[in-house]
Write a protein that binds this ligand. Structure first.
Ligand code: NAD
Length: 264
């Protein structure tokens, strides 16, 4: 696959774990250099040890804090001299029906999964525009951006918002040769979904609802993120790539009922 330009540099938020970590690894394997932001210093340090500081530098960055995101973008140019690819990956959800959901919890999810994407696109997009070499921005949305689920109102709304934002960014940044796309993973085995494996019925229901009959590993999402970062997708912008084993064609598991049956 033909990658981005020679000597390219990528930025990944939420790089310490799961999909972000897999994307950082894939970028480095493809010859890129990566700046990774996260609130998990230990996870970043492990990845720095694994990939080497010539290829990967981690920095504490809370994507809900604008100065942190601006500083992470700045680090890409100060450390590696350029920026070509930006991945707005950090995100998380919560479980609770709308009528029971605390407004503070709603705000936490929207801040992280939507405002975090906004700040990453804003500052990453500014840097790409200023450099004048085009580039690629990828947001990590979710199956829940397009499929409703009981108890995932805040997450669905935040991720659907992130997809809408991706489309607007594609519209606004296209004139600078900057492509902006989103991926929508189904169930992936990562830190975020660890708790689901404590209730096997939930994972089973996901698997039943995915025509491919399984869940994914983070590398399978990173493959599509890399495709969108690379020149192989040179005419793709404003798109949403489902990476869900076909799960959007069926229905979302009832996680609340499964937790209740499990006595949780
Ligand atoms: N795992 C899944 O099944 C799944 C499915 C669909 C979408 N997603 C999305 O994929 C993305 C990555 O999640 P993952 O599954 O790899 O989870 P993960 O928990 O393995 O990794 C998420 C990373 O984000 C970091 N993070 C959390 N809050 C942050 C903040 N405020 N600022 C910066 N970093 C922060 C965490 O420390 C962690 O390292 C998220 O946006 C998530 O919503 C995951």
């Amino acid at each position: 696959m033909s990658g981005p330009r020679a000597g390219w540099v990528g930025l990944v938020t939420g790089a310490a774990s799961g999909i972000g970590r897999a994307a950082a690894r894939r970028f480095v394997a493809e010859g890129g250099k990566v700046v990774g932001g996260d609130i998990d210093d230990k996870g970043l340090a492990e990845l720095e040890d694994e990939l080497g500081q010539d290829a990967f530098v981690g920095a504490r960055c809370d994507v809900t804090v604008e100065e942190d995101v601006a500083a992470l973008v700045e680090l890409a140019t100060s450390r590696f001299g350029r920026l070509d690819v930006v991945v707005a990956n950090a995100g998380n959800g919560t479980l609770g029906e709308i009528v029971d959901l605390d407004a503070a919890e709603w705000r936490r999810v929207v801040e992280l999964s939507l405002t975090g994407a906004f700040l990453t696109i804003k500052h990453g997009g500014r840097a790409l525009r200023a450099a004048g070499n085009g580039g690629s921005i990828v947001t990590v949305a979710s199956l829940n951006a397009v499929q409703a689920g009981r108890g995932v109102g805040a997450y669905c709304a935040a991720k659907a918002g992130a997809v809408a934002l991706t489309e607007v960014a594609a519209l606004e940044l296209g004139r600078y040769g900057i492509r902006v796309n989103a991926v929508a993973p189904g169930l992936v085995q990562t830190g975020m979904t660890n708790a689901l494996w404590q209730v096997p019925a939930i994972v089973e229901e996901y698997v039943e609802n995915a025509p491919l009959g399984r869940f994914a590993q983070p590398e399978e999402i990173a493959n599509v993120i890399y495709f969108l970062a690379s020149e192989e997708s040179s005419f793709v912008s404003g798109s949403l790539y489902s990476v869900d084993g076909g799960a959007r064609t069926r229905r979302y598991p009832d996680m609340i009922a499964a937790f209740e049956r499990a006595g949780g």
